[in-house]
Write a protein that binds this ligand. Structure first.
Ligand code: NDP
Length: 483
């Protein structure tokens, strides 16, 4: 498969190159080989993207919602038809195994395009009768939206931000992470093929500086970031300067609480989904696994046994179920945390070893006997490292689970129905699970509380974050004035 794109950027309906921009080498995480090269956007490229988006947005917003929705739904169909090729590209870009990418990336991007395509024709304001006078509201687009993505789900993030933005009549300029620049270009190509006007969805490459230049441009009306809390702070502050709308999908250190009446196999399965999918590089991961005293030993033993079934190997082989980390830098960060866990006295039950082969491979790690104050229990690692913490009772575990700056996700495993809802109601997290973990259907709002973010992606809730209301008061009688 051709991994080198035709050019670095996609602007105004076509590929654009400017080799004056810094060179970005795209590395295949499974082998460390360079598979493509792109260039960061220069000021001229950024200008071209903003000008194109600004112009196209007016045309797009003048179409009916049904017409816009038709384009998005056509794009969804094309994505599904090309799922194989898009999944292979996602694997080249991220290193995630094809077993995952073929069911979780282009497919969830297509879900977003289909869902918001379906909603586009039903976006309305309301009518408020006030005696003989009345008010109506118009739901209007924001204008030009900037999306900035993390590297773990490059296709999905490009669609989760693009689909609601476009449904509401906005234009999008998307900047992928410099680690994974390839997939968003395909999303742009597909949208054009589906009939979107040139300039309505643009992709520009670059590091943080390109993101910062986009965020501070006065012609940009909204910024949606998926990234870490420190980056979120910078981007939120820069957007505040221009009083821009924001959505912040940031990091987490989410709790997964397993009570001793839970089904052990399900709880182990949930903990695996909460820690090791995408080699642990998932923002909503439940990396603090609180297990009630009575079942902790059995839980750890069974978990360790099941991790033995993970298949490492060529990520393109559908049998492979565990891939490498995204980059040498990420591998170094995660290994640093594993060393810290050992140093601070946690028990490394299994994993955490570098595989002796090219690429950024690390076996999934389970730490037992972790305490709340340890670094591995406080900081987001963003790699395959699970911490098991023992607890005795409900009130204690709720307090400990909430003792964090983050609030992205939380999960509870129990067969006690009342307890499940009672505990979830008290956990400070935006996206929660009962007897499950890490499901993210497009119909459900997704996002964080506390430092994990602002705003929601997916579902009807996202519409609120990509549109604004205009209130129009209509007087039918004479105007009364004091003089
Ligand atoms: P980063 O915060 O490092 O980067 C996120 C994006 O922001 C990248 O495209 C980056 O560019 C860009 N960026 C960096 N600095 C600036 C700046 N000053 N102004 C504008 N843009 C900037 O995150 P990672 O890419 O390392 O992704 C991992 C993080 O993302 C984790 O914390 C994870 O939890 C979070 N995440 C959150 C999700 C959610 O939905 N809540 C989902 C997925 C991940 P570049 O990297 O090219 O320099």
């Amino acid at each position: 498969m051709q991994t080198q794109p035709k050019a670095s950027h996609f602007i105004d309906g076509d590929y654009v190159e400017d080799t004056n921009g810094d060179r970005i080498e795209v590395v295949y995480p499974a082998t460390g080989e360079v598979i493509a090269t792109v260039h960061a956007a220069t000021p001229a490229v950024i200008e071209q993207a903003i000008t194109a988006a600004h112009k196209a947005q007016k045309v797009w917003a003048s179409m009916t919602g049904t017409e816009r929705g038709r384009v998005l739904r056509r794009a969804a169909d094309i994505m599904r038809l090309r799922n194989h090729d898009l999944s292979v590209l996602e694997t080249w870009d991220t290193g995630k195994p094809y077993q995952e990418t073929s069911v979780a990336d282009a497919t969830s991007g297509a879900d977003a395009l289909e869902y918001f395509g379906g909603l586009a024709g039903s976006l309305t304001g309301e009518h408020i009768q006030l005696g003989e006078n009345w008010v109506y509201t118009r739901r209007e687009p924001l204008g030009v939206c900037v999306g900035i993505g993390a590297w773990n789900y490059p296709t999905q993030i490009a669609c989760w931000k693009g689909a609601p933005a476009l449904a509401c009549g906005n234009a999008m300029i998307f900047k992928p992470s410099e680690n994974t620049p390839l997939c968003a270009l395909k999303v742009a190509e597909i949208l054009m093929e589906a009939g979107a006007p040139a300039g309505i969805y643009n992709v520009v490459q670059g590091m943080g500086a390109v993101g910062a230049a986009l965020v501070t441009d006065p012609r940009v009306d909204k910024v949606s970031l998926t990234g870490s809390v420190p980056t979120g702070r910078k981007v939120y502050a820069a957007a505040a300067e221009g009083i821009k709308h924001v959505t912040m999908e940031l990091g987490g250190k989410s709790p997964l609480v397993i009570f001793d009446d839970a089904d052990l196999e399900d709880a182990v399965g949930g903990a695996i989904m909460a820690n090791f999918y995408s080699s642990g590089q998932v923002c909503s991961n439940g990396t603090r696994v609180f297990v009630q005293k009575g079942i902790r030993k059995r839980f750890v033993a069974r978990l360790s046994e099941r991790l033995g079934n993970a298949v490492f190997g060529d990520p393109m082989d559908p049998a492979t179920s565990f891939g490498p980390l995204v980059s040498a830098r990420q591998l170094e960060i995660v290994m640093g945390y594993i060393a810290k866990g050992v140093e601070e006295g946690a028990t490394l039950v299994r994993g955490g070893e570098r595989l002796d082969q090219p690429g950024f491979w690390l076996t999934p790690a389970i730490f037992d006997n972790v305490t709340d104050d340890m670094t591995i229990a406080r900081e987001e690692i963003f790699g395959p490292v699970m911490s098991v913490l023992e607890f005795k009772d409900e009130d204690e575990v709720i307090a400990r689970a909430n003792d964090t700056e983050f609030g992205l996700s939380a999960g509870v495993f129990t067969n006690d129905l009342k307890r499940a809802h009672r505990v979830i109601a008290q956990l400070e997290a935006g996206t929660c699970y009962i007897n499950s973990y890490n499901d993210a259907p497009v119909e459900a709002p997704f996002g964080g509380m506390k430092n994990s973010g602002v705003g929601r992606e997916n579902s009807k809730a996202a519409i609120e974050h990509y549109s604004q209301l205009k209130t129009v008061f209509v007087r039918m009688g004479p105007v009364e004035a004091p003089f």
